[in-house]
Design a protein around this ligand. Structure first.
Ligand code: NAD
Length: 354
């Protein structure tokens, strides 16, 4: 139905059962006439993501939107099956609650310990209501299990070496089983062999190059491929990775990791273009330097911290929690028109010339 049609129109939207894709808003306001649509949850166990519309005026199939859009919902168009969130989000927007993660499910890859940026993002999204799956790389199992106890809702904790397609498949199969869909993914895995981060760049080995790009960049493609079918069940989703300015500028000893980050940022753009039509967004946050386990592998890292403190417009370094707030923004519906973006969260260091 087009905007301005009969005010007698009513819609009933059936939302996914709890524990499935997010139920964002209990009511969907129709801005045309101030009429209120009824939104009801199906009985537990019923198939998730079924949208039905009862519209008194007949709706020619031609005007049923293929993609969700708040404007479409506001115009009273009928949501396509599997596109419930768009309608719900319109309600969330009206309520000014777009940063809420209640009912959303997320996968966080890259938690090693409490200093990990991925852990800060886990906390930021869980605090806003998300239910999470956290993966760990072998040796970090105990740490990640312990940390997960501190989240409001119990997290699903799973092993995953991002260099293994088998591990990645197993993670998504389990998430599908437990959550029945997925709303967001955080990719916070990166690795380069120690010798590649100290030797002259010309000495970068073929194997060192392969490993750094496989784990730090290719893995985003592999995770996105696994996430797409689960996100489609939710009518879309948001994928976020973590990068660094070393992709674009030369920093001492960052070496092959800079090349990997350049590949990662390009991957963000190609993925964004590829899966954008499925309403899946792909973005990166480029964080300023933070003392974490990964950073400890870069020789002379503290001098990088000092230079940022002296020269960044804000004259300070950033904290993981600040990076996490920006990440949560991009992951949430607050960033729902943003994709293919690299958001700098570095106290403004990237704008400086000298
Ligand atoms: P971190 O050491 O806490 O996190 C790195 C994570 O990568 C670890 O959890 C580790 O287990 C994981 N990882 C490495 N190889 C893996 C593999 N094969 N399979 C699965 N996981 C693997 O350090 P961090 O600084 O929080 O790093 C997170 C992300 O942020 C990285 O992409 C890093 O490049 C990026 N980043 C860090 C900084 C910084 O200064 N710390 C700045 C900008 C961007």
């Amino acid at each position: 139905m087009e905007a301005g049609a009969s005010s007698k129109a009513t819609r009933t939207v059936i939302v996914p059962a709890a524990g499935r894709c997010a139920l964002q808003a209990p009511r969907v306001q129709d801005s045309r006439r101030g009429s209120v649509d009824r939104v009801r949850a199906p009985a537990p166990g019923r198939a998730a993501l079924r949208a039905t519309a009862r519209v008194r005026d007949s709706v020619p199939p031609a005007i049923v939107p293929r993609r969700p859009a708040a404007s479409g919902a506001a115009a009273g168009q009928v949501p396509a099956p599997g596109r419930v969130r768009a309608a719900a989000v319109a309600g969330a927007s009206a309520a000014g609650d777009v940063s809420d993660f209640t009912g959303k499910h997320g996968l966080i890859v890259g938690v090693a310990n409490k200093r990990s940026i991925a852990w800060a993002i886990a906390q930021a999204t869980a605090r806003r209501g998300a239910r999470l799956a956290l993966t760990y790389q072998g040796r970090f199992e105990e740490h990640v299990n312990e940390l997960s106890q501190g989240l409001g809702e119990p997290a699903l904790v799973l092993p995953c070496d991002v260099a293994s397609d088998g591990d990645i498949d197993a993670v998504f199969a389990r998430i599908d089983q437990e959550f029945g869909g997925l709303d967001f993914v955080v990719h916070g895995a990166a690795f380069a062999q120690r010798e590649e981060l100290s030797a002259p760049f010309t000495n970068t080995s073929r194997e060192g190059f392969r490993v750094a790009l496989d784990i730090s960049a290719y893995s985003l493609i592999a995770l996105a491929r696994g996430a797409v079918p689960l996100m489609e069940k939710c009518g879309g989703g948001s994928i976020l990775t973590l990068t660094y300015l070393g992709s674009d500028r030369v920093f001492p000893n960052y070496n092959v990791m800079g090349v990997a980050k350049a590949a990662l940022e390009s991957t963000v753009r190609y993925l964004a273009a590829d899966i954008g039509p499925k309403n899946i967004r792909v973005n990166a946050v480029s964080a300023g330097p933070i003392k974490t386990l990964a950073a400890a592998g870069i020789s002379g890292f503290s001098s990088i911290l000092n230079v940022y403190r002296e020269r960044a417009p804000l004259r300070r370094n950033v904290e993981a929690a600040e990076v996490a707030e920006a990440a949560a923004f991009l992951l949430s519906d607050a960033g729902k028109a943003i994709t293919g973006e690299v958001l700098m969260v570095d106290s403004g260091f990237h704008i400086t010339g000298m």
